[in-house]
Design a protein around this ligand. Structure first.
Ligand SMILES: Cc1cc2nc3c(=O)[nH]c(=O)nc-3n(C[C@H](O)[C@H](O)[C@H](O)COP(=O)(O)OP(=O)(O)OC[C@H]3O[C@@H](n4cnc5c(N)ncnc54)[C@H](O)[C@@H]3O)c2cc1C
Length: 299
């Protein structure tokens, strides 16, 4: 059977895209291998009606909503290859299944590359985070560390100072600040430590202190780290989609990529700060783009 659309990735972007497409009576399959970027965290914040929800519960509720729609099938499988052939797409999964579809939505998300510091994975998602809009409230007014190694450092520190005035900035041996920025931080009583970090230490995901290679220790209850983000899926490259300067897939306002018939939405298109509600809304908008293109072709 020729499907109307295959959606790759069942995070908020792919789930909301699926909902809109299913409600438009389109025959679709959603593939999700369920390895989202926020799997490390215990709860998500900032999505109205879903504030403080567990990421797994968010997905369960979304899939519950989708059960209503008979033209949608969900497969818990990884898509391993997509080839464009004669105006449609051949989609192959890791289990060897093959599907043919007129359109493809890539909602594959991003993965993070955290600095290579001992203990970091024990605390990331529980007391160390990357986004103050997601987790700043939970860490408000507490003694925090900001690990800032590159040109994003000053902006990050200004932002996090909105949630706590008790900040220490660790550059981990790098030099991201100008003399002028250092003077401003000093005026705000924000200490900068340039020593390399040896490890993060604490118990059950709760950060207690930072140990530096020189031997010094610093007590902190949580903090923020600027991580590197990269595309989670190599399908983007193999399909020939171009990336923008931020490393997100280049799309128009309705998620159309430069490859005809291929759309992208959510974190992987990086049109906005990475947030569940924004990914979901981009999924919705992209699905509307797909339906608009299908009806234009068929009417
Ligand atoms: C530690 C942490 C805490 C966060 N906290 C919050 C918060 O409190 N509030 C908030 O709004 N946002 C938060 N975020 C950001 C939020 O998680 C993302 O913005 C959101 O998940 C992006 O949704 P998405 O659908 O684009 O991608 P994802 O949620 O990453 O989903 C992508 C899905 O696609 C699947 N996939 C990828 N490739 C394939 C393939 N080839 N085949 C099949 N499936 C595939 C993945 O396994 C994954 O399930 C947090 C992020 C992190 C890292």
């Amino acid at each position: 059977m020729l499907l109307d659309c295959v959606i790759v990735g069942g995070g908020p972007a792919g789930l909301n895209a699926s909902l809109v497409l299913a409600r438009a009576k389109k025959n679709i399959v959603l593939f999700d291998e369920d390895k989202p970027r926020n799997a490390v965290t215990y709860e998500s914040h900032g999505f109205i009606t879903r504030d403080r929800i567990k990421p797994s519960e968010f997905k369960r509720l979304a899939r519950e909503d989708l059960k209503e729609y008979p033209s949608l099938e969900i497969r818990n499988q990884r898509v391993t290859a997509i080839q464009k052939e004669d105006g449609s797409f051949l989609v192959q999964t890791g289990e060897g299944d093959r599907y043919r579809s007129r359109k493809i939505i890539l909602a594959t998300g991003l993965t993070e590359l955290l600095p290579d510091i001992e203990g970091i994975h024990e605390f990331y998602g529980t007391s160390l985070f990357s986004c103050p809009f997601c987790d700043g409230w939970e860490l408000r007014d507490r003694p925090l560390v900001v690990v800032a190694e590159d040109e994003r450092a000053m902006h990050g520190v200004k932002l996090i100072a909105n949630w706590s005035k008790d900040l220490v900035v660790c550059t981990n041996g790098k030099t991201p600040f100008t003399a002028e920025q250092k003077a401003l931080l000093s005026k705000k009583n924000i200490r900068i430590i340039d020593n390399e970090i040896e490890s993060f230490q604490g118990d059950k995901g709760q950060l207690e202190k930072i140990r530096f290679k020189e031997g010094e220790e610093l007590e902190r209850e949580g903090g923020f780290i600027a991580s590197e983000l990269k595309q989670a899926s190599s399908l983007i490259e193999s399909l020939g989609c171009s990336l923008n300067t931020m490393g997100g897939i280049e799309t128009d306002d309705f998620g159309r990529t430069e490859v005809e018939g291929v759309y992208a939405c959510g974190d992987n298109a990086l049109v906005a700060p990475a947030q569940l509600v924004i990914a979901a809304s981009e999924g919705s908008r992209t699905a509307i783009g797909v339906v608009a293109d299908l009806v234009n072709e068929d009417f």
